[in-house]
Write a protein that binds this ligand. Structure first.
Ligand code: BES
Ligand code: ZN
Length: 588
């Protein structure tokens, strides 16, 4: 039987336990020439279904040198192609020789012009949710963890990095072979690497930051507080299990704020605001070292167990590092975003996506992605915390991590565990309404803090010229303003605070969204510039959506996409294309 709606993994088949991966990085053709040796947990025989997407499989042999029969099945738009093998008796491993597609969905191949340095190409992977299969043939479900070894052959001028322990580099003329191993078993979505012109700076005993040389000093300053975060994480959730916590600053097209690849978190360069205002993203990715990388969701329908727990942990870390007032401000922003997302989903007939436990058969997890699993999940956990008190909740959280360590959990598994540990609590908070109900239950807690009240007290009038708010406060104030606002108000606001030209992209995008929703078209050139300069979906998707929402700016969205699409990561490209197609279907 299949065990994950987004994988061909079948629980009657052999169980892949480890991977030995060798790949030659070919920038000329945007291809990886690779072999994957998949080792089973026991000698196996019979059918084995693997996940692939766009892989060109040349040969499959087994550990005894026998040829293994295989069929690459026709492409399913969401799942990719099932690679069906038939194993001979007593097979311990299969060796698959293959090439990746030039448009592999996990990979972005950047021209030198798309990097900060401008001299060398760059390659990176982003495997969550179901893109690992476009890089390695695997049982691509979080329920099949693997350890691995890897050898990457890269041009000598470049260096490779992997979310794994580094074993060394050997130069052979114009190429170099670099090796890694990953001793802790990981879910396939955490398989990650990058190749480029990269330099590093030490941050602390367990961490360093990597980036292109021109960016690395700024990055070292921005993330200097990472040791304190590790300490905060360990004090809350127990020892850090992954030895190192390094950070890699990606090129601007990285589609996410951060990605919790074990030992090497990938982050967008938009975090380099020069004021440490976005280190919360680092706290979030670090929190995944416990919630997610140690205990993950069984599949995408239980994604709230991954991101909901992590948002909860992130806010607890913010509370330790910056105090309860800042944590409450952040919670208020999250709540605003959650309320809007829920309202939009319900208005668009996607109420099902506002449940914690979703039903995603036939739905691409990238399409279903939203803040609901993050923030509704966080509020559900906080409701449990409110019912039992923080001390009991903290013990519960620690035992949860201990019990499911290096495992994958379903919503049912979580509920059973909770009932055992905290009998009666689920009934007392009407958990079924949270899990299977749409929208947000009435007993969701509301954040309170003096600074939050102060931002709310500013109201909707033009703030005094000497108003000095933090990134989080400006963001919240801008988000709370009704829209549309009169053009005169937008003009006065921008003149006074210079939002269009601020270097802080978090504030800038909140402002641009307000301006677009207010048809204040003076910002259009800056919107177009941002769409060409960054690929982080949190910024580009809402900006495209705002342009598409008005007939007058719809063409501008199409034009901007036409000129920028090639520079976006394949995942971002697909998501934006989806929005544009839907907007066109509504109007034409
Ligand atoms: N794991 C996610 C990013 C992700 C989710 C990638 C789903 C692919 C599919 C990461 O931990 C995350 O949530 N990043 C956020 C940052 C944050 C502070 C909430 C982001 O990218 O904005
Ligand atoms: Zn996350």
């Amino acid at each position: 039987m299949r065990i994950d709606p987004h994988s061909y993994t079948d629980d009657r088949h052999a169980h892949v336990r480890s991977l030995a991966w060798e790949a030659r990085v070919d920038f000329a053709t945007s291809t990886l020439h690779a072999t994957a040796t998949l080792q089973f947990d026991a000698p196996s025989a019979g059918p084995l279904d693997l996940d692939t997407r766009g892989l060109d499989v040349a040969t499959v042999t087994d550990d005894r040198g026998r040829t293994v029969a295989f069929v690459v099945h026709p492409v399913d738009a969401i799942l990719g192609s099932r690679l069906a093998l038939v194993l001979g008796e007593g097979t311990r491993a299969v060796i698959i020789a293959y090439r990746t597609a030039a448009d592999a969905s996990a990979l972005q191949w950047l021209d030198p012009a798309q990097t900060a340095g401008g001299a060398h190409p760059y390659l990176f992977s982003q495997c969550q949710a179901i893109h690992a299969r476009s890089v390695v043939p695997l049982q691509d479900t979080p329920q099949r963890r693997i350890t691995f070894t890897a050898a990457l052959t890269v041009p000598t001028a470049l260096r490779g990095l992997m979310a794994a322990a580094f074993d060394g580099r050997e130069e052979r003329g114009d190429v170099a072979v670099e090796r890694w191993h990953m001793p802790q078993p990981i879910a396939p979505y955490l398989f990650a690497f990058a190749v480029g012109e990269l330099a590093s700076r030490e941050l602390g005993a367990r961490s360093r930051v990597w980036a292109e040389p021109s960016v690395v000093d700024g990055a070292a300053w921005e993330f200097a507080e990472v040791d304190g975060m590790l300490a905060a994480g360990e004090s809350l959730f127990g020892p850090y299990a992954w030895d190192r916590f390094d950070i890699l600053v990606m090129p601007p097209s990285f589609p996410y704020g951060g990605m919790e690849n074990p030992r090497l978190t990938f982050v967008t360069p938009t975090l380099l605001a020069g004021d440490r205002s976005q280190v919360r993203v680092i706290a979030h990715e670090l929190a995944h070292a416990w919630s997610g990388n140690l205990v993950t969701n069984a599949h995408a329908e239980h994604f709230w167990l991954n991101e909901g727990w992590t948002r909860y942990a992130e806010l607890r870390m913010v509370e330790v590092l910056e105090g309860p007032d800042t944590a409450a401000l952040v919670a208020a922003i999250c709540r605003k975003d959650l309320d809007e997302t829920i309202a939009r989903f319900i208005a668009e007939g996607h109420g099902g996506l506002t449940r914690l436990h979703t039903h995603l058969e036939g739905i691409d997890p990238d399409e279903a992605f939203s803040v609901v699993p993050y923030d509704k999940g966080e509020l559900f956990l906080r409701t449990i915390e409110g019912a039992v008190g923080r001390e009991r909740f903290d013990g519960f959280a620690r035992r949860y991590l201990e019990t499911f360590r290096f495992g994958a959990v379903t919503t049912e598994g979580f509920l059973e565990f909770t009932e055992r540990e905290l009998p009666g609590v689920l009934a007392s908070i009407d958990a079924p309404r949270w899990i299977d109900g749409e929208g947000l239950p009435g007993n969701a807690p509301v954040a309170h803090a003096a600074r939050l009240d102060a931002v709310i007290a500013l109201g909707a009038a033009l703030p005094a010229a000497d108003t000095n708010l933090s990134t989080t406060e400006w963001n919240l104030w801008l988000e709370r303003l009704a829209r549309p606002q009169p053009a005169a108000f937008c003009e006065a606001l921008d003149e006074r605070f210079g939002f269009t030209s601020t270097g802080n992209i978090e504030v800038k995008v909140a402002w641009l969204r307000l301006a677009l929703a207010s048809a204040y078209d003076a910002v259009l050139p800056e919107v177009v510039r941002v769409l060409g300069a960054v690929g982080r979906m949190k910024y580009v998707v809402p900006l495209y959506s705002a342009l598409l929402a008005r007939p007058e700016t719809r063409n501008l969205a199409r034009e901007a996409f036409a000129s920028n699409a090639a520079g976006y990561h394949p995942i971002a490209r697909a998501v934006v294309r989806g929005r544009i197609e839907r907007a066109s279907a509504v109007t034409e």
